[in-house]
Unconditional design. Structure first.
Length: 131
């Protein structure tokens, strides 16, 4: 019976870490925008994710990490890719996200319907050599 309590405590600890990552991302993005380092305000939130990108650690109904760019206009595909590269080029962050249950990175503009998705596993160098 006691092992169930440990499992529940682990689950809540992991959930808190997921929300902490989102909160820290949003805080850093807001600071970068206010100080003029970033040209647009970014906001992250948890979404459903892409079911085709699921892996063994994916969270049910919460595998998506969506970044919304509050630019005031529709962003072009290359601009969305550039925003996505900020995350995808950080292998340690990608591995952390996968371990916390995310499987999909989504980048959207706050205007228009264009959005891009990436399978996080494809950017984690899983099974390869760590640099």
């Amino acid at each position: 019976m006691w092992y169930k309590i440990i499992e529940i405590a682990d689950w809540f600890g992991e959930l808190a870490e997921r929300y902490r990552l989102i909160k820290n991302f949003n805080r850093a993005a807001k600071h970068s925008f206010i100080t003029g380092v970033a040209p647009t305000l970014l906001e992250a939130k948890i979404t459903r994710g892409e079911s085709a990108y699921r892996h063994a650690f994916s969270k049910w109904m919460g595998g998506g990490f969506r970044i919304k760019a509050l630019s005031g206009r529709t962003l072009e595909r290359l601009e969305l890719i550039e925003i996505g590269r900020v995350i995808l080029d950080n292998e340690e962050l990608i591995r952390r996200m996968i371990s916390l249950g995310w499987d999909t990175l989504e980048v959207h503009s706050n205007r228009g319907f264009l959005g891009l998705k990436w399978k996080l596993q494809d950017h984690a160098n899983i099974g390869g050599f760590i640099d």
